[in-house]
Design a protein around this ligand. Structure first.
Ligand code: AMP
Length: 365
């Protein structure tokens, strides 16, 4: 394990808000950051030392970037694997590109989970309308049809509940007519996620599971504690640790679960990066998920993931951001804005974490 010295350069593929928050954590450890993103107005570039504004298929730009960085990481899971491999030939990439391969295709992702004994929703690959109809019949007439690749924030999916054959055919066509997956519809009681980290030495640390609420397929809020029994929380952390070990992973991962009535857990998906449902860690833990990721990829010891407070994190989506002034005036609120110029429907503009209970409140109702 090599520990990067202060002043070393971290490269980040992707320049969204996650890259921005990683860059801020890196600065606190005296590391420099270069963002690689094809978008000239990438929010992360405002908080980094430099921005290479080039495409993920620009081999020469990727090689130049790689030569200038002591380590490279990524902040979104749809980084082309080929781009990560071009960089890996020059400088270390963490998490290693096998994590991208496992997370980019929902079928490969579920096969991987099941191969290591981690349960998922039942699923079948859909390449034809016949496959879809067979799958629906197998899952009792209902399911969630999704694109295998490039889906995010609920985009690229359709819920089919006792759908007519015309509705099924329309959803199939709307989603592109191939490269799809049908998942059984899961009547979950709760959705939780575990943010976990693994160091280059194999040490693993998990944050407490957050209970998540999605609206229109986009994360709306994360609440800690989850309110679930300790054995369910432990099982979720154990599953996250097993995934990290199986991938020989370095860095922070987000693992999303469905919790069934009775407590059984199914993994919905993994994100090989820092995760929106871990933003609360910057306010309710001494070591945030962003710092933890920087520690892992730079070969520093992992930090203590203990939570010092209960909290509620809410995303500010679109025009929710107009609440920022009022939130800034509230005691116990930690506000984070992403530097995006224009609010638009569905666009993540910021988030805040409200501390709801501190250890000193223990005896209060
Ligand atoms: P995803 O993009 O796969 O994370 O899906 C976004 C949201 O849609 C999830 O957080 C769930 O709320 C819901 N969802 C996704 N897949 C299923 C499923 N198989 N059964 C029930 N709800 C689902």
């Amino acid at each position: 394990m090599t520990t990067l010295k202060p002043g070393s350069v971290i490269g980040i593929l992707g320049g969204g808000q996650l890259g921005r928050m990683l860059a801020m954590a890196a600065a606190r450890f005296s590391y420099k950051v270069i963002i690689f993103d094809p978008d000239a107005s990438a929010p992360a570039a405002q908080a980094a030392n430099e921005h290479i504004n080039a495409g993920y298929d620009d081999k020469a730009a990727l090689e130049t970037f790689a030569r200038r960085c002591d380590v490279v990481t990524y902040e979104f899971e749809n980084v082309p694997v080929a781009a990560a491999k071009v960089i890996e030939a020059v400088t270390p990439v963490f998490p290693k590109p096998n994590a991208l391969e496992a997370a980019q295709d929902r079928v490969a992702e579920k096969n991987f989970m099941n191969s290591i004994g981690v349960e998922t929703a039942p699923f079948s690959a859909v390449e034809s309308l016949q496959d879809l109809n067979d799958g629906l019949a197998a899952f009792g007439g209902s399911g969630v049809l999704k694109t295998r690749r490039f889906g995010y924030d609920g985009k690229g999916q359709a819920v089919l509940k006792n759908a007519s054959s015309a509705e099924a055919a329309k959803a199939f066509a709307d989603l592109g007519g191939a490269g799809l997956i049908l998942e059984g519809f899961i009547p979950f009681e709760a959705e939780i996620s575990v943010i976990a980290a693994r160091g280059q030495d194999g040490a693993t640390r998990c944050y407490d599971p957050a209970r998540n609420v999605h609206r229109d397929g986009i994360l709306a809020s994360s609440t800690l504690p989850s309110g679930l029994p300790p054995e369910t929380e432990t099982a979720a952390k154990d599953a996250a640790a097993a995934i990290l070990a199986a991938l020989d992973y370095t860095g922070v991962i987000g693992v999303e679960f469905f919790v069934l009535p009775g407590g059984k857990l199914l993994v919905n998906e993994i994100a090989p990066r820092v995760h929106n449902s871990g933003h609360w860690t910057e306010a309710a833990c001494l070591i945030s998920q962003f710092e933890q990721h920087i520690r892992a990829i730079c070969g520093l010891p992992l930090g203590d993931p203990a939570r010092h407070s209960d909290c509620l994190m809410e995303n500010l989506i679109g025009f929710d951001v107009t609440r920022a002034g009022a939130l800034a005036a509230e005691a116990g609120v930690y506000l984070h804005l992403y530097g995006k110029a224009e609010p638009r429907a569905g666009r993540k503009m910021g988030h805040f974490t409200r501390i709801t209970r501190r250890p000193s409140d223990q005896n209060s109702p």
